[in-house]
Write a new protein. Structure first.
Length: 174
């Protein structure tokens, strides 16, 4: 039987309740891969004319995680950010997400963040990656992309890092 959204949500809740975060993130990443392999789920969630933006597919009242469907605007490049004390898992359903991870190279006590690129890769259709608390990353979507994002809480209401171009700096690649 195909792995459905309801299976994913039930398994995610069980993992989050039973395991330390790292183990739960590993489980959810494996399970999100299974969900994305269900072509009926992808077809029911995204259509070619689904407008750009985010849609909530599920919120778990017990553990507070969200499952969100994003239609990414082509050509959009996001700024470096973290998810604060929460976490997120990104899974791609169409086109790709170009992901950059950033390392902070200056002291935590300074207001400005100086960032250096630590990794750069693509998440292709069916590929999934989990990001734990405070990992600084940014995304770029050259083409119209469909993304499932699972987050530990409502990230819009969470204190977290956002790149500020008047304060922060990115070191050029050597
Ligand atoms: Fe993010």
């Amino acid at each position: 039987m195909a792995y459905e959204l309801a299976n994913f949500c039930a398994d995610a809740r069980a993992s989050l309740k039973a395991k330390p975060l790292a183990g739960a993130l590993d489980d959810m990443a494996v399970n999100l891969r299974k969900l994305l392999a269900n072509s009926d789920f992808v077809r029911e969630t995204f259509k070619d004319d689904t407008p750009v933006g985010k849609r909530e597919l599920f919120h778990d009242a017990e553990t507070d995680f969200y499952v969100l469907a994003h239609v990414q605007e082509p050509g959009k490049k996001g700024n470096p950010h973290s998810h604060g004390n929460s976490w997120a898992i990104y899974g791609n359903a169409k086109a790709f997400t170009e992901m950059t991870e950033w390392r902070r190279v200056n002291g935590e006590n300074e207001a400005a963040h100086v960032l250096e690129q630590s990794d750069l890769y693509k998440l292709e259709p069916g590929q999934v990656r989990a990001y734990g608390p405070n990992v600084i990353h940014s995304t770029r979507h050259p083409h119209p992309a469909w993304v499932i994002r699972v987050t530990g809480t409502d990230l819009d209401h969470l204190p977290r890092y956002h790149f500020n171009r008047n304060r922060d700096r990115i070191l050029e690649q050597a």
